[in-house]
Ligand binder design. Structure first.
Ligand code: GSH
Length: 279
């Protein structure tokens, strides 16, 4: 399995007071946020291919975003974005494939072995959004309702015998899922007392194996911060939904004002559903 053995010193995030880097000077830059799971996919890919010296990390503070990011780098104003060959590209799933095929380092896409392999690959990439939706929709109720999503993963992990990963050998599919499983697992464990690895041995082994990969572990956040961030987002949403369903309009308005104030002042909520608390 590819690993990133170089432990790098991570640069501080750039904010609205920071100058832009010398954009389009020939340097390849990966714009990320340390807390964004989409950006984390691309960051893991870069590390797995050993591209720490070839692709410079440029972390952005999403809560206090520099204006030049939207104006000069990436008009969509999101992370991740990759500056390469005088162009800036976005979308994490596109970027991990792009980096794998345009840069040196071990291939993160195993040779196509069979039709079964191709179908698995296609289905797993297509299922990611449903996986996240199903798993997180359960946050407001009984955590075990997410079981269907974790069963899907357990079945997928049982398809190939030549390794513990989705396609047997480690690949971009594992990278695509890892940041989301990293967040959902500790949240369900702490808040719902639901351990989705129980009775799902393949998924338990997958997490164990992923945690041996330094290229990935170097990108992980503190699980306590992840849980806190999900609590803030999902529990507030749940409260709003419950109040609106019982029609208590004035309480809803008051609580909305209260939480908005708290969110903006203390937590710096952004459009990113994975935004974590400001340090
Ligand atoms: N579909 C995009 C999603 C990227 C995304 O939503 N990133 C969030 C951070 S986790 C972001 O930049 N949000 C800022 C905003 O929406 O203004 C991808 O896969 O790259």
């Amino acid at each position: 399995m590819a690993t990133g053995s170089v432990r790098e010193v991570l640069p501080p995030a750039l904010d609205s007071h920071s100058d832009p880097p010398p954009i389009f000077d020939g340097t390849t830059r990966l714009y990320i946020s340390y807390t964004c799971p989409y950006a984390q996919r691309v960051w893991i890919t870069r590390n797995c291919k050993g591209l720490q010296d070839k692709i410079k990390l440029v972390p952005i503070d999403l809560k206090n975003r520099p204006a030049w990011y939207k104006q000069k780098v990436y008009p969509a104003n999101k992370v991740p974005a990759l500056e390469h060959n005088n162009e800036v590209k976005g979308e994490s799933l596109e970027l991990i494939k792009y980096i794998d095929s345009h840069f040196e380092g071990p291939s993160l896409f195993p040779d196509v072995k069979s039709q079964k392999f191709l179908i698995s690959c296609f289905s797993l990439f297509s299922y990611i959004d449903s996986f996240y939706k199903t798993a997180t929709s359960s946050f407001k109720g009984d955590g075990s309702k997410a079981g269907v999503a974790f069963d899907y993963i357990e079945t997928a992990l049982s398809k190939f015998e030549d390794g513990p990963f989705f396609l047997g050998q480690f690949s971009l599919v594992d990278i695509a899922y890892a940041p989301f499983i990293e967040r959902i697992h500790p949240f369900l464990l702490e808040v719902k007392k639901y351990d989705f690895t129980l009775g799902r041995p393949k998924l338990a082994t997958w997490i164990e194996e992923m945690n041996k990969n330094e290229a990935y572990t170097q990108t992980k956040s503190d699980p306590k911060d992840l849980v806190q961030s999900y609590k803030e987002r999902f529990m507030v949403l749940h409260l709003f939904k419950s109040l609106s369903s019982i029609g208590n309009f004035s309480t809803l308005i008051l609580l909305t004002c209260f939480f908005c104030r708290l969110s903006f002042e203390h937590w710096g909520f952004s459009a990113c559903p994975h935004h974590e608390k400001k340090n």
